[in-house]
Design a protein around this ligand. Structure first.
Ligand code: GRF
Length: 188
């Protein structure tokens, strides 16, 4: 599998995928890591794995579509077949989605279809659920929708804050994301 990772943050999910590949658990290669925030830690992490990085700044483009077109060109230029949104904090448009139909994978820190959107962990906590978790799914035009590939459940504990709950969810994300990539490839 020829992967392109898009990430906005610290990149722990990128590392989970890169580690799974290095350990022979996932037969894939990460061709490029695209990041959209200059300070994103994922940049250095990718460099440690010897993977090329490309900075695409959404602020340079007037519309989401124009930005996504640049992402498509960058991904295609790196021969990417599967796009992994590993903490990509931007809404993507059909420009990207239609360029890789059912070949874009997103990880979200809630048990979808509950708690879509940017504050999934906090919303779950505010709703008072006792079981939280994470979901990996194929990306379709509606945000945080699309066929679910895999989920993991995490207990909510007394006194949890969004931060402590998110910290408990993340190891589960790291566990299921590489599995989900293999599952998606099997389905296609
Ligand atoms: C993850 O919790 C993911 O579910 C969400 O953004 C976070 C990214 O974390 N979409 P990291 O940058 O991979 O550590």
């Amino acid at each position: 599998l020829s992967l392109g990772v898009m990430a906005s943050g610290k990149g722990s999910n990128f590392i989970a995928v890169a580690d799974a590949i290095a350990q022979g658990k996932l037969n894939a290669k990460i061709q490029v890591v695209i990041y959209n925030k200059p300070q994103a830690k994922v940049k250095e992490k990718a460099a440690e794995f010897g993977i090329p990085t490309v900075f695409c700044n959404h602020r340079d483009y007037a519309t989401r579509e124009e930005f996504d077109q640049v992402l498509v060109e960058t991904l295609k230029a790196h021969q990417v077949d599967w796009v992994i949104m590993a903490g990509w904090m931007r809404v993507v448009t059909p420009v990207l989605i239609n360029a890789f139909p059912d070949h874009i994978i997103n990880i979200h820190p809630s048990l979808l279809p509950s708690f879509k959107g940017i504050n999934g962990v906090e919303s779950a906590l505010n709703a008072g659920v006792k079981i939280a978790g994470c979901t990996v799914h194929l990306v379709r035009p509606e945000v945080d929708s699309g066929p679910i590939l895999i989920q993991a459940a995490v207990p909510v504990l007394e006194g949890d804050t969004p931060e402590t709950l998110h910290q408990r969810i993340q190891p589960q994300e790291h566990h299921i994301l590489p599995i989900a990539i293999a599952l998606a490839a099997q389905r296609s």
